[in-house]
Design a protein around this ligand. Sequence first.
Ligand SMILES: Cc1cc2nc3c(=O)[nH]c(=O)nc-3n(C[C@H](O)[C@H](O)[C@H](O)COP(=O)(O)OP(=O)(O)OC[C@H]3O[C@@H](n4cnc5c(N)ncnc54)[C@H](O)[C@@H]3O)c2cc1C
Length: 444
Amino acid sequence: MTDAPEVVICGGGIAGGALAAGLARRGISVLVLEQLDAYRDRVRGEMLSPWGVGDARQFGVDDCIYAARPSALRSWIQWDEVHHYSEAPTIDLTTTFVPGVTSPLAIHHYATCKAFTDAARDAGAEHVMGIRKLRVTPGRPPSVAFEVDGVERDVRPRLVVAAGGHAQPVARQLGLMRRGPYHHWGGGLAIEGLDGWPDAVQAFGTEGRRNFMVFPQREGRARLYLNFPESDASEFAGPEATRRFHEAFRLACLPPDLSERVLSARPVGNSAVWPSRVTIADRLDVDGVVLIGDEAGSSDTVLGTGLASALRDVRIVGQLLLESSEWSRRDFFAPYREERAHRLRRLHHTANFLAVLSCEFGPAAAARRARAWERMRQNPSYMITLMVTVAGPDRVPEFAYSEYVLERLLAPERAAPPRRRPVSGLFDAGPAGNANVPEIVANA
Ligand SMILES: Cc1cc2nc3c(=O)[nH]c(=O)nc-3n(C[C@H](O)[C@H](O)[C@H](O)COP(=O)(O)OP(=O)(O)OC[C@H]3O[C@@H](n4cnc5c(N)ncnc54)[C@H](O)[C@@H]3O)c2cc1C
């Protein structure tokens, strides 16, 4: 192992692995440090939006995503207690939201991480698994200390990329991280032996006190997700947690027998749940260190765009590194800071909308959901906010992030007069980038 790679990437997940592959393929010497001893299934996001695939393609690493054998998702069906299953709204996901990408992909998170890091290794990167006691010290140059197999190492690269995901190990050490608000809890479970689920259909809906999602994968496997009120969190703790999580998919709003099919499948591993918390990095870079992926801050997972957003970070940071060798220039990452602040403002806005629409429970919330879907049916242009998730925040005009659209969809009276105020600048991202996360809209 060299003591002076050009780039050390802390975390060999989606963001770290993809960046390592792209840089190593262009001849940059990279060392990836991963705490896991081996990639294995864990509860993580597995629906990859088309804009994430598009960014991976632009950065020349989309072949790794396909090497991990994803499956295409071709329809999004909103099976929900507010309409009969035969009238469930359906969104055609084969629409070309992003040039060259045919639909969202259901990936296997761990297999995709492995495919990225294998590609990085094939291109000459070093990839060390099972590291402990990671310690990053910013500077020019920065340094990284860690332990592997009981041996301490110290490396001095030109740049450290922090890509440790939601745990934010480096951002926390450097005091760059803040925990934001949360609106509900969420979690996931993998199942296998799911026979007869409609081909390539992702399900999304709310029934009772549960918002649910089903993302079918290959060969009878699927990832199940739930969002629920914090007061129900204890139901998904303890020795019966996985059984209860699975049992929550006994849903009357699904077509006859589909719920039974999910229940007849077998859990793979255990369910995991936690507050669906927004995390915020107050700064995206300090001397010789830059944060990417969830380590740089994330939105409510109800949005389902964390993977795509991580791959956008990879493309933008990766391209900056490839375009100029002046990595230690003070404003080097300014374009990344600006783009990410703008992106996160839009993603937080959309996540707040989805949380209010789908993750509030009870009769008033159900009535509001019924109204919103009916209004979208009558006027499909109101689906513009939902399109952010598949097309990406930059491909959807500012109008989608306006309170005008939220009011038209969520307010009880359809005739609510539009507010006369500019649609841009509703949430001021401010100089600290994504620090000013808009407040969660209160229960209405
Ligand atoms: C329940 C749930 C559902 C979700 N649903 C979706 C979805 O449908 N679609 C979507 O796009 N996103 C979804 N997400 C979000 C998505 O999973 C993340 O945004 C994405 O994985 C972020 O990629 P990352 O590379 O930043 O982090 P990760 O892919 O988690 O990688 C981080 C890596 O860093 C490693 N690491 C951590 N600490 C250390 C350390 N100290 N030293 C060395 N290595 C370390 C980890 O082991 C891991 O390999 C969901 C998340 C959750 C929790």
